[in-house]
Write a protein that binds this ligand. Structure first.
Ligand code: ATP
Ligand code: MG
Length: 558
């Protein structure tokens, strides 16, 4: 894939690949170097997956390099837990970063020297204005800014105060270092942006070495340059920062001059993606943690049972673009079903059990019936499932007074038990409150496998498990987390949370074979949906998350 001829032949799938292919073709670049630069202040979400697939994906395609770099310039909000989860998520998506893990903080000494360099060149100054005054002096979109009274300090004085800042002589927030650019610029980012601030926080990697920290704007481009990044890909909100990104690269004696390109953030209906809001959901305990299966975090999706391949397929289908737009959640769901339809093992389980006694089946006898593990696998593997006198069926698969289109079990009616026999309901047993608690049925021993030798037609097929052999399980069914396609549009997004997003079914019965199956195998409980074992499972209790139901709504008329 990496030789020039193949680049010539390839059609780029988006505007970023177009640029990169052409830079390779015309020799602007010999090797492409990209980076994925998360700030370790939360867990990654599916929006980050787009950036991951873009940066790592491109590097893979053109034999380039992609770094994992933590943008750890704000120690107040950053934690080791986030660093570890981010690494795990990138690996789980199937990507490997080049060499050792990089950190913006690896370069703190260099940044400090470059700040001194700007001061000496008269391109940076210490400002004593308060944060509020700085905001006020900055002006607005329609009104130019005003020079700070401290703007014309001498280089020597600036250098001295900047060192005093570093040496902890001032309290947090009292002074900042600003680049001296242009308070009259039409671009607010160029109105003397802050490049260093005092923060008396413990940094996860540099500990208490520093009490001054570079801002994102000062650190990001310079880190790109140090790492030899050729294409610095970021989201659209940084487009207005690009002139500043380039200003630093021109003003400083940097080793390389990377170029920044911007793309639109991924947005999905019924989904909130910003880390700030996800943090709120976790901190205010609207969910059980960062990996709650209702969250669009990578770890939540993984726990729910969404395969990494389904996420990558989704990202490939939405592609990257310069235009903001919302993708339908139904497309992600379609990709998940598409993948699971091929990869999931089929098993039988009953979520809301109703007891059925097969009166003419001998007590104590077990019949083992062959069942197909996965109709879409080439292997066509079979397993044996036990059938006995007492079985569980789904409460919903019985109606005492069936409607016209109900082809499942009803008094006097015959139904097919999946992989087993035809059974007829003879007697309905109720408790004192009139609730149906048991059905007495008879089976036709001639119908093993599900077909009648006399050719009589039985329309309905239902699933079941043998009561004696079944294992108990809890199943967690997830419904839409928000009540509206655009949560937070008209009010605080918290108010749009669906109070019934989690339904816990505690009394489920599952096929015994599931106990021995590898935990990481996705399962289809036939007729019910796709499920995945939850790590809360204990030796006493199996717990499954419903990944997704069977019905696909993508591109289908209602
Ligand atoms: P958030 O807005 O969710 O806090 P962020 O941009 O602050 O996200 P970072 O950790 O700084 O999060 O992001 C790492 C990379 O992922 C950046 O390059 C960022 O542009 C990209 N990214 C973040 N959110 C999305 C998204 N929704 N779609 C595509 N890329 C994203
Ligand atoms: Mg950020």
């Amino acid at each position: 894939m990496s030789d020039e001829a193949s680049i010539e032949d390839r059609t780029p799938s988006d505007f970023i690949r177009e640029k990169i292919y052409s830079d390779l073709k015309n020799g602007n670049c010999k090797q492409i170097v990209t980076r994925f630069p998360p700030e370790p202040n939360g867990y990654l979400h599916i929006g980050h997956a787009l950036s991951i697939c873009l940066n790592f994906g491109i590097a893979e395609e053109v034999n380039g390099i992609c770094n994992l770099r933590f943008d750890d310039t704000n120690p107040a909000k950053e934690e080791l837990e986030f660093i570890n989860s981010i690494k795990e998520d990138v690996r789980w998506l199937g990507f490997n970063w080049f060499g050792h893990t990089k950190y913006a903080s690896d370069n703190f000494h260099q940044f400090f020297e470059w700040a001194e360099y700007l001061i000496k060149k008269g391109l940076a100054y210490v400002d004593d204005l308060t944060a509020e005054e700085i905001r006020e002096y900055r002006g607005t979109l329609t009104e130019v800014g005003r020079d700070s009274p401290y703007r014309n300090r001498s280089a020597a004085e600036n250098l001295q105060i900047f060192h005093d800042m570093r040496d902890g002589k001032f309290p947090e927030g009292q002074r900042v270092l600003r680049a001296k650019i242009d308070m009259g610029s039409g671009n607010i980012n160029l109105r003397d942006p802050i490049i260093y601030r005092i923060l008396s926080a413990h940094h996860p990697r540099t500990g208490n070495t520093w009490c001054v920290y570079p801002t994102y704007d000062f650190a990001h481009g310079q880190t790109d340059s140090i790492e030899g990044i050729t294409h610095s890909l970021c989201t659209l909100e940084f487009a207005d920062h690009r002139p500043l990104y380039e200003w630093f690269l021109e003003a400083l004696p940097v080793p390389n001059k990377p170029k920044q390109y911007e793309f639109a953030k991924l947005q999905i209906s019924y989904t909130v993606l910003s880390k700030r809001n996800l943090t709120r959901l976790v901190m205010e305990q609207h969910v059980s943690g960062w990996d709650d299966p209702r969250l669009p975090t990578i770890s939540g999706l993984r726990r729910r049972g969404v395969p990494a391949e389904a996420i990558k397929d989704f990202i490939a289908r939405v592609s990257v673009s310069k235009n903001e737009g919302e993708v339908e959640l139904a497309l992600l769901e379609h990709c998940i079903r598409d993948n699971l339809n091929y990869s999931a093992e089929r098993r039988l389980a009953v979520l809301k059990p109703l007891k059925v006694v097969i009166e003419n089946f001998p007590e104590g006898k077990t019949e083992w019936l062959p069942a197909l593990n996965n109709p879409n696998s080439d292997k066509q593997e079979l397993r044996k499932i036990p059938f006995s006198r007492e079985i569980w069926i789904e409460q919903d698969d019985f109606m005492e007074e069936p409607s016209k289109k109900f082809f499942r079990l009803a008094p006097g009616k015959e139904v097919r038990l999946r992989y087993a026999f035809l059974v007829t309901c003879n007697t309905v047993i109720k408790d004192e409150d009139g609730k149906v608690v048991e059905l007495q049925c008879s089976y036709d021993p001639e119908t093993r496998g599900g077909n009648a030798p006399d050719g009589r037609k039985v329309k309905g097929t239902i699933h079941w498990v043998s009561a004696k052999h079944a294992k108990d399980a809890e199943v967690r069914v997830y419904n839409s987390f928000y009540n509206t396609p655009s949560p937070g549009r008209d009010r605080d997004f918290i108010e749009d949370i669906n109070p019934n997003s989690l339904e816990i079914l505690e009394n489920c019965k599952i096929e015994p074979d599931l106990i021995t199956l590898n935990d990481n195998v996705p399962i289809q409980f036939e007729r019910l949906g796709y499920f995945y074992k939850d790590p809360d499972t204990t030796p006493e209790k199996c717990i499954y998350n419903r990944t997704i139901s069977l019905r696909d709504t993508w591109n289908k008329k209602p």
